[in-house]
Design a protein. Structure first.
Length: 121
C-alpha cells in the first residue's frame, strides 16, 4: 500500500496518512482522513478528559438516560450492527472454501517439498 503525506493542522508536521484517523464516510472530509494526526488527537482528547472528568461523567449519564428513553432505537441499532457483522463474517466464511479449492495444487506442492521443514507439533 502506498501511503501519502498529509500535514497535521495542529503540530504542522507532514506525516504519512497512516498517522491519521479515517472517517468511515468520505462525505465528512474530501481526503477521508482527519485533519489532526493520531498523536495530536489522543493528546487533546486526554487533556479534554482530565480537565473536566465531571463533564465526561455527566455525558455518560445523559447517554444512559437517552438510551433508557429510546430503547426501540437502541435495539434497532444493536440489531443493525449484529446483522452487518454477520453479513461480513458470512462473506469471509464463504470465501475460505473457495480459497482452499483454488489452492489445492499449491498446498500439495508444499507438503511434498522435502526442502520445506515440516514441524511435528
Ligand atoms: Zn499532529
Amino acid at each position: 500500500m502506498i501511503s501519502e503525506e498529509k500535514t497535521c493542522t495542529r503540530c504542522k508536521k507532514s506525516k504519512s496518512t497512516d498517522e491519521f484517523g479515517k472517517y468511515h464516510s468520505p462525505r465528512y472530509n474530501v481526503s477521508g482522513f482527519q485533519s489532526m494526526c493520531k498523536g495530536c488527537t489522543a493528546y487533546l482528547s486526554n487533556i479534554r478528559y482530565h480537565s473536566n472528568p465531571a463533564a465526561n461523567l455527566s455525558q455518560k449519564k445523559a447517554s444512559a438516560k437517552w438510551q433508557a428513553a429510546n430503547l426501540p432505537k437502541v435495539y434497532a441499532n444493536q440489531k443493525r450492527y449484529r446483522e452487518r457483522l454477520a453479513a461480513k463474517n458470512n462473506t469471509v466464511l464463504k470465501t475460505i472454501p473457495i480459497y482452499y479449492a483454488a489452492n489445492i495444487q499449491a498446498r500439495e506442492e508444499i507438503t511434498q517439498d522435502s526442502s520445506i521443514v515440516q514441524l511435528d507439533l
